[in-house]
Ligand binder design. Structure first.
Ligand SMILES: [Zn+2]
Length: 238
């Protein structure tokens, strides 16, 4: 099993040793957390670091990111993207997003895209680039945008998190997506799945996302694990 999206700080103690997980992808949300991901990955081989600047962290200096991207252990750029919640600097968010897309192209590393209340804008920007690949993390674009994402140039995946276990509408979204484009994530320490909703999330709880996907697909856990792990390995080269 692979958790393809986690933020590790307070939950670190719970994942040392990995438990049932083969790998955990650490999302980078700021320069500091990206550096921290690299330090953690040096210590624990099953951790796979990504580096990036989240749209809520655009006070960080984007020019510091490329040096981190060059590290051969970095498997992806992100999370980066757009979040149009409340009063935000949409221009600067877009500038940071595009710069990280350029880094993804230049270093041939996939993108981890964060998109909240801005899925159409995100798809529009991604459609302007050729040969990109990545994941729309915690996909919230609904069934109606699935085909738009699949039609983007390059290869795009959809990330599903613990809210799949309690948001009824997400089941239909998952069903609309080809199985070879689905990834399981936790977004730890947030988005805790049932039966632990309300508590702090941790990477090993990704098994509840796997189980929910298996239930929706009408597939065995083992077969679902095989598909989801293969998808993660293909996109991230891990
Ligand atoms: Zn995240």
């Amino acid at each position: 099993m692979i958790d393809t999206h986690a933020h590790i700080d307070s939950t670190l103690c719970d994942i040392i040793g990995g438990g049932p997980l083969d790998a955990v992808i650490l999302s980078g949300a700021s320069i500091e957390s990206s550096k921290n991901n690299l330090l953690l990955a040096d210590k624990y081989p099953f951790l796979c670091p990504a580096v990036g600047i989240h749209p809520q962290e655009i006070g960080d200096d984007i020019n510091l990111l490329e040096e981190l991207v060059k590290n051969p252990r970095v498997i992806a750029i992100g999370e980066c993207g757009l979040e149009y919640l409340g009063e935000v600097d949409t221009k600067k968010q877009e500038e940071y997003f595009r710069k990280q897309i350029e880094l993804s192209k230049k270093y041939n590393k996939p993108l981890i895209v964060h998109s909240r209340k801005a899925v159409d804008e995100t798809i529009q920007i991604l459609s302007e680039y050729k040969e990109l690949r990545g994941v729309i993390h915690c996909y919230s674009g609904g069934k109606k945008r699935v085909n738009k994402v699949l039609a983007l140039p390059g290869e795009w995946y959809f990330g599903f998190d613990g809210n799949l276990t309690y948001e009824v509408g997400l089941e239909e979204v998952l069903k609309a997506i080809p199985r070879d484009r689905v990834l399981a994530e936790t977004d730890s320490p947030l988005l805790t799945p049932e039966p632990f909703r309300g508590q702090v999330n941790k990477p090993e709880y990704v098994k509840y996302v796997y189980q929910k996907i298996a239930d929706i697909w009408g597939e065995s856990f083992e077969k679902t694990e095989e598909i989801l792990d293969a998808n993660a390995k293909k996109l991230f080269g891990i």
